[in-house]
Design a protein around this ligand. Structure first.
Ligand code: ASP
Ligand code: MG
Length: 418
């Protein structure tokens, strides 16, 4: 069997969903389809949540009404007879409204997962109904009942053993050829919904691939495949047709937007190839990530990670024992879920480059108990793999650089935003 994952951009319009039909109808294999929320629905649901957490019920319902209208518009464009699709989606919006009426919760992350996860539940209902109507029989599955995760809300990790039993039972290919499930969501063992981290649908697809022993996983994207740089930022980008799992992990952790960092491990563990294919032209080869390749990457790869903060800390009590400070500092940062992109240490200080997230202030406050803390906002981290002087010159010319790290093959430049 194969796994196909369609992201938010692929399902943002009726045309996109018709294209899924075209792609899926060309396949005879058993198939598990993983789908994200439509377009920018996750962002919009985050706004609903913000209002809800501030107890502004009217504003949260207003935003939800916008989301509802957007989905109904797509249904109107897709179905001649909208009855079935609407019947599948209406109760979900009702559940959401009931949730919003319940009064304000206190646990932000938990409410996030409970509410924002509906984006995927709704989108999969619509895609599944459309495929059924187009004579592609399929079975809709609720991943909140199948992917068991820990309770690390908003960044949950899948428990593979428990999930495997449930998923294999539910996706029985001797009974049906095509199943559809949500990316990005699962539930803890008590059944409370969880999400796997923003852009986490790739991870879902990889987990499904692993648990069902897929022969391949394909991520359909609105790009030709994996490029050596983000074409929205850099010019003259080229396609990288093949790379190893190791290359992919390094790229993902440097901040390459192409795949979610957690995606590779479940695939590598079972040596399942991951294809990244162009949604708009499905006949093209795209890129493949696999165990080994005869064609090592021979172009410089550029990754720009935006919205970074440089945090420099020094122990207050003059205990300049680096190891001790390091372990204390990292314990605090880990507790506050800071994503560390770069580390540099000297005899008396530690500098880290971290994503500017909503957890940052809490971490800085706690660090300030033991350390003197300095920081700079509004930075971006450029990673260059396969480095040469010309490319460094071209990409950093005239920029204010706060921190540099260079090895034989790669360079990293923490710069002020322009
Ligand atoms: N819908 C989620 C997000 O926008 C998950 C995903 O698209 O992968 O982050
Ligand atoms: Mg997405």
């Amino acid at each position: 069997m194969k796994v196909y994952k369609f992201g938010g951009a692929s399902v943002r319009s009726a045309e996109g969903i018709r294209n899924i039909f075209r792609i899926v109808s060309g396949l005879n294999d058993n198939l598990f389809i993983v789908v994200s929320a439509m377009g920018k629905t996750t962002n919009a649901m985050e706004v609903v949540l913000e209002h809800f957490m501030k107890a502004d019920r009217a504003a949260s319902l207003h935003k939800l009404a916008e989301i509802e209208a957007y989905h109904y518009e797509i249904i109107a464009q897709l179905f001649a007879d909208q009855k079935l699709a609407k019947a599948a989606v209406e109760p979900l919006f009702e559940e959401l409204k009931n949730n919003l009426s319940e009064g304000v919760g206190d646990d932000y992350d938990r409410w996030y997962d409970r509410l924002v996860s509906y984006g995927e539940v709704i989108s999969t209902r619509i895609v599944s109904a459309f495929l059924s109507e187009s004579a592609i029989e399929n079975v809709w599955l609720d991943m909140r009942q199948l992917l068991v995760t820990d309770s690390n809300y908003r960044e949950a990790n899948v428990r593979m053993d428990e999930s495997q039993i449930r998923l294999q039972q539910a996706a029985d290919f001797t009974k049906n050829r095509i199943y559809i499930g949500q990316g990005f969501i699962g539930a803890n063992i008590k059944g409370d919904p969880t999400t796997l981290g923003r852009e986490g649908s790739d991870y879902s697809a990889a987990v499904v691939g692993n648990l069902l022993d897929a022969q391949s996983v394909t991520i359909w994207k609105d790009v030709p495949g994996i490029l050596n740089a983000d074409p929205r930022i850099f010019q003259d980008t080229v396609l990288i047709p093949e790379m190893t799992y190791l290359d992919a992990v390094e790229l993902a952790y440097s901040g390459a937007q192409i795949i979610h960092p957690k995606t590779i491990k479940p695939l590598e563990n079972k040596q399942i190839p991951l294809y990244v294919c162009p949604f708009g032209s499905p006949k093209e080869a795209g890129s493949v990530i696999k165990a080994t390749t005869e064609k090592p990457i021979d172009v410089p790869v550029l990754i720009l990670r935006k919205n970074q903060v440089l945090v420099t800390i020094r122990p207050r009590n003059f205990s300049f024992v680096l190891e001790e400070s390091l372990s204390k500092a990292f314990a605090v940062m880990n507790k506050h879920r800071l994503k560390i992109a770069m580390i540099q240490s000297s005899a008396i200080s530690i500098s880290v480059c971290v994503d500017n997230s909503r957890y940052l202030t809490g971490a800085l406050d706690e660090l300030a108990n033991e350390f003197k803390v300095n920081y700079n906002y509004a930075l971006e981290l450029l990673t260059i793999r396969g480095i040469n002087d010309e490319i460094v010159h071209k990409t950093t010319l005239g920029r204010t650089i706060l921190l540099t790290q260079r090895t034989r093959r790669s360079g990293r430049y923490l710069m002020k935003e322009i």
